[in-house]
Design a protein around this ligand. Structure first.
Ligand SMILES: [Zn+2]
Length: 357
């Protein structure tokens, strides 16, 4: 990550000023060096606040520490205590399955500190007036791409530093132990991959890859970050509020002075390898998942309200096949009436309780 270091450990950049949040909930700050300057620049926004500045050609980044409890409090909806009877029922569901297909959504990543869009009261739709970028706008308009990449550049160090939570680790272990037949995720955060899952389809792509819209070349997102830094040595931004796709908010002036590199191979425009709203999932990928659903003998939905059709259609396929369906999600989903079992619990709290043997 070059001169910018991020993650759950203490952010320390360029050795000029060191800062970390001791507690997300109390926003306690320990500063060394030019405290007054930092204080005036900081706006305490719990664990989603970040400050990025450039001085003498060096990027310096302050990331609020990923305090687990603070993150959960912000992004995970309240849920009732785990019901032991429900846990037993889910255990029975999993034990009876020989070819279990699991489909995950944003709710599995909120416990890693990544907000979702739709959760009541805590999702971005509920907390802000922000809406996700539309595919057509991105493809057709260079200023839209410039705005997107400027924001994404600022948000990337924090977004890419998120780590799997116990739910991701549990599903990864289920795969290793032969319990999980296939995993389909609607998330673009790479947390299942970070946890070691391999029998995995990322239905909506992954933010950790970049795609050229002209020649189709795929490159790692981390490489693009280095190109951004090289092209924008004196660009500075301060931003607050990280969206699920790594987006943040900037002023017009900040956006217009941000330089966006083109594809190194053909000069074409670059896009994250994800399905934006208004775009469709690759038909081959859809067919592939349909086949996996048809081969499965049961379906477990984890952390998804199933509001988006691209995921919901696989529930319909499972219903046609008369597969038993279990849903673990805080709050109602589009398919509660189709499920033989519904659990309103935190994914990271409940899945580790299940014995996959
Ligand atoms: Zn290209």
């Amino acid at each position: 990550m070059g001169r910018v270091r991020s993650g759950a450990s203490e952010p320390r950049v360029s050795g000029i000023r060191t800062l970390h949040l001791l507690s997300c909930s109390h926003a306690a700050v320990e500063c060394q060096g030019e405290i007054g300057v930092w204080k005036s620049e900081l706006k305490m926004k719990m664990n989603v606040g970040l400050t990025l500045r450039a001085a003498k050609g060096c990027w310096r980044l302050n990331l609020s520490q990923q305090c687990a409890h603070g993150s959960i409090g912000l992004f995970v909806p309240p849920s009732p205590p785990v019901d032991p009877e429900k846990v037993k029922e889910l255990q029975r569901f999993v034990s009876l399955s020989k070819r279990l297909l699991v489909m995950t959504g944003a709710g599995v990543s909120t416990e890693s500190g990544i907000p979702d869009y739709r959760s009541e009261k805590v999702g971005l739709y509920a907390r802000t007036d922000r809406r996700p970028i539309q595919h057509r706008d991105f493809v057709q308009r260079a200023p839209v791409r410039q705005r997107y990449w400027a924001r994404n550049f600022v948000g990337w160090p924090q977004f890419s530093s998120h780590q799997p939570n116990p739910a991701h680790w549990a599903l990864s272990s289920w795969e290793r132990l032969g319990k999980l037949y296939w995993l389909v995720t609607q998330n673009v955060d790479a947390l299942h991959t970070k946890a070691g899952s391999q029998r995995l389809t990322e239905l909506h792509g992954c933010m950790h890859r970049v795609l050229c819209l002209a020649c189709g070349e795929q490159t790692p997102r981390g490489v693009l970050q280095e190109r951004f830094e090289a092209l924008n040595p004196s660009w500075r931004a301060e931003a607050h509020g990280l969206a699920p796709d790594g987006d943040v908010f900037l002023t017009e002036e900040q956006v217009q002075s941000f330089r966006v590199p083109a594809c190194a191979r053909c000069g074409g425009p670059l896009k994250p390898d994800v399905v934006f709203f208004g775009d469709t999932v690759n038909p081959d990928k859809v067919d592939f998942v349909h086949r996996r659903v048809k081969e499965a003998d049961s379906l477990l939905v984890v952390g998804s309200s199933l509001q988006v059709y691209s995921g919901y259609r696989f529930i319909l396929t499972a219903r046609e096949k008369k597969l038993p369906i279990a849903i673990l999600n805080i709050g109602p989903t589009r398919s509660d009436h189709l499920a033989c079992l519904k659990l309103d619990s935190r994914c990271g709290e409940l899945l580790p309780l299940i014995d996959p043997q």
